[in-house]
Design a protein around this ligand. Structure first.
Ligand code: NDP
Length: 272
């Protein structure tokens, strides 16, 4: 398992926090050259400095993934600094919490812009380089990309859209040695619930779940690296993801009820 990504150039979006930051630190420590993208320039600069201070190789580029030109600049940074790209990890993402009854449509547009279009934008410019290296494109989806998650219509839709896009990209590149993987973490302790959008588009600012009982971003980073090494199509993580994937095939209506029940137990759940 060790040194999985040694000597690989790995571009990671959403690297300023949570899972993206953990992937950056973990992979750099394994000997990867990491290229970090997110909007928070200061955090990326600090993370890059921290990685370099421990002997790692890193570069960064401030990028809003909803802007295609900025995604091109991120990819250009990787190519100019390290000469190519072996792995693109489309990880930048936001979530939401509101019933569709109540939500402003702008929230759903925002979810699609960041999670889906952010992935498409980065893939567009990285593709020739990852094709040339016979490397990997990874989308960080979610268990909500395996089955609809109530209160998260826009989130689930954006993750399903990522899967449709990435699956098609895989098939189009079947003869070109390109590896495409969809990774589906379950609940992972991070900033995602604090930054999640509510019905009116404001940030939730708190988490409705116990973050201490979740997977850590470092655990997710390790499992994703393993998936890349094994060139998996689908990377499931813990019991929630594996059970969802399995039960959906045989008892999808039961899964509907389970998802409703679990999410209705959250404090202040919008489910009645
Ligand atoms: P965090 O909120 O901790 O990190 C999200 C990252 O995305 C930040 O680095 C943020 O950086 C970046 N980001 C957000 N919007 C944009 C944008 N417009 N352009 C560029 N970067 C952006 O959450 P996680 O680490 O948990 O989330 C990472 C991925 O994992 C997401 O795709 C999420 O859907 C997925 N996931 C998370 C789960 C969880 O429970 N945590 C479960 C399943 C999947 P900045 O604000 O600096 O731009």
């Amino acid at each position: 398992m060790k040194n999985t990504l040694r000597n690989k150039t790995v571009v990671i979006t959403g690297a300023s926090s949570g899972i993206g930051e953990a992937m950056a630190r973990t992979y750099a420590a394994q000997g990867a050259r990491v290229v970090l993208g997110a909007r928070s320039a200061e955090k990326l600069e600090q993370l890059t400095a921290a990685i370099r201070a421990t002997g790692g190789q890193a570069a960064w580029c401030a990028v809003d993934v909803t802007d295609a030109a900025q995604c091109k600049a991120l990819i250009d940074t990787a190519v100019q600094t390290f000469g190519g790209i072996d792995v693109l990890i489309c990880n930048a993402g936001i979530s939401m919490r509101a019933l569709f009854d109540d939500v402003d449509l702008a929230v759903l547009h925002r979810l699609m812009d960041v999670n889906f279009w952010g992935t498409v934008n980065c893939c567009k410019y990285a593709l020739p380089y990852v094709q040339a290296s016979h490397g990997s494109i990874v989308g960080i989806s979610s268990v909500a990309g395996l089955h609809g998650l109530p209160g998260r219509t826009g989130y689930s839709a954006s993750k399903y859209a990522m899967t449709g896009f990435l699956e098609t990209l895989r098939i189009e590149n079947l003869k070109k040695g390109l590896h495409v993987m969809v990774a589906c973490p379950g609940f992972t302790a991070s900033n995602v619930r604090f930054a999640a959008l509510t019905a009116d588009g404001s940030q939730q600012g708190e988490t409705p779940r116990n973050e201490e009982k979740m997977m850590t971003p470092e655990e997710v980073a390790g499992i994703v690296a393993c998936g890349i090494r094994r060139r998996k199509r689908l990377c499931l993580m813990e019991i929630e993801g594996r059970a969802t994937h399995f039960v959906k095939k045989f008892a999808p209506a039961f899964l509907d009820r389970m998802f409703y029940w679990v999410m209705s137990k959250e404090p202040d759940s919008p489910l009645k």
